[in-house]
Ligand binder design. Structure first.
Ligand code: ADP
Length: 368
């Protein structure tokens, strides 16, 4: 009888609970024991039954729709250090866990990938310092680890959608619909800042869904003069056709092509000073994370949870650790290492001002 543990880590995302539910129940249905690690990597570093808990079928009842993550998440500094990961390894072995499924964003999965690659040397050290027995050393020689992607930003390469992204997008669109009504009443312009550090997916998709006038994202930056001119031209054209509202969406990580950040206040300044529009800034903030998961995220999280358990049960030391993805509407397995590497290279390409490469690596079709 194997023991499979699941944890959620990094920024919370709607659908994480549905993912945990599916993993716990699939594990039990397949004759395994199910565990949850509370508070992300923090729970691994602390260890013990308070943080690594066995879960029953009933423990996850009703979790399919709930937002956030009921097993907690945290940012954990200690796990970034080898000493923290050594404790994490010891605590997993003490709890008798054979496989770990991590649901999180690119940071969390980078940590998972590092943990996996370091595992043999961590185990060696635990054996040499007599923290574990030779039997434990042999039994837990390989870390069976698998990633599912929970992130509202939809910022992981190799998968078309991350758990939480469509719920967040839905929330943003509703918020902009509300703003649209008041903007229309007063004939105002609104600059709306949405989340997305290196990834403009939320801003871009919300812009399409709400017919925003202009969108600023990190992947396709222009010089300050270019975007200001272009935005003013477009807004002026729309206004001259009788449009009473102006909506400009700015991704949190929006930049100009010299990498200087573009803030909502910069956009506000241009709209109010150059176009003399009565302009307001709205930062949506954490409402973008809140609330229940949309149907797509519940389904994605459930199907990927089942697949994650299948993947860890089929894993052997020679196969690379998987990341559960979705590609062209099919649930797929990708290499965790490769996905993490490719995701990091998008951020690197943006930093190197190679925006064409960033877009190619993003694997998204942009229409000029
Ligand atoms: P997200 O998973 O949403 O991208 P973070 O980037 O904050 O969120 O990562 C969540 C946690 O994952 C961190 O607090 C840390 O414990 C762990 N982590 C992130 N990057 C690394 C890394 N390079 N090495 C080890 N652990 C990491």
């Amino acid at each position: 009888e194997k023991a499979i543990a699941v944890m959620t880590s990094g920024g919370d995302a709607p659908g994480m609970n549905a993912n945990v539910r599916a993993i716990v129940r699939t594990a039990i249905a397949k004759g395994c024991r199910a565990y949850v690690v509370m508070e992300g990597y923090e729970g691994l570093v602390r260890g013990g039954p308070e943080y690594i808990k066995q879960f029953s079928w009933e423990d996850v009842r009703g979790w399919s729709s709930e937002g956030g993550t009921n097993i907690g998440t945290a940012r954990c500094k200690e796990f970034r250090e080898r000493a923290g990961r050594l404790l994490g390894a010891l605590h997993l072995i003490e709890a008798g866990v054979d496989a770990l499924i991590v649901c999180g964003g690119d940071g969390s999965l980078t940590g998972a990938d590092l943990f996996r690659s370091e595992w043999p040397s961590l185990l060696q050290e635990l054996k040499e310092t007599s923290k574990i027995t030779s039997e434990q050393y042999t039994r837990y020689k390989h870390l069976n680890i698998c990633g599912t992607v929970g992130s509202i930003d939809n910022d992981m390469s190799t998968t078309d959608a991350t758990i939480g992204a469509y719920s967040s997008l839905d929330r943003i669109c509703r918020a902009i619909d509300y703003i649209e009504a008041t903007a229309n009443s007063h004939s105002r312009a609104f600059v709306v800042e949405v989340m997305g550090r290196n990834c403009g997916w939320l801003a871009l998709m919300a812009g399409i869904a709400t017919s925003a006038d202009y969108i600023l994202i990190p992947e396709k930056p222009a010089s300050s003069r270019e975007w200001e001119e272009q935005m003013c031209d477009i807004v002026t054209k729309h206004r001259s056709r009788g449009k009473r509202t102006t909506i400009v969406i700015v991704a949190e990580g929006a930049i100009a092509n010299d990498l200087t950040p573009i803030s909502p206040n910069d956009v506000h300044k241009v709209l109010s000073q150059r176009l003399k529009l009565d302009t307001r800034v709205t930062t949506l903030g954490h409402v973008q994370r809140g609330g229940t998961a949309v149907a797509f995220d519940r389904i994605l999280a459930t199907l990927q949870g089942v697949e994650a358990v299948n993947a860890v049960l089929e894993s052997n030391p020679d196969t690379p650790s998987p990341l559960i993805a979705i590609n062209e509407n099919k649930i797929t397995r990708k290499s965790l290492v490769e996905s993490v590497r490719q995701t990091k290279s998008v951020a690197d390409a943006i930093q190197a001002q190679d925006f064409k490469k960033a877009m190619e690596l993003r694997d998204t079709e942009f229409v000029e």
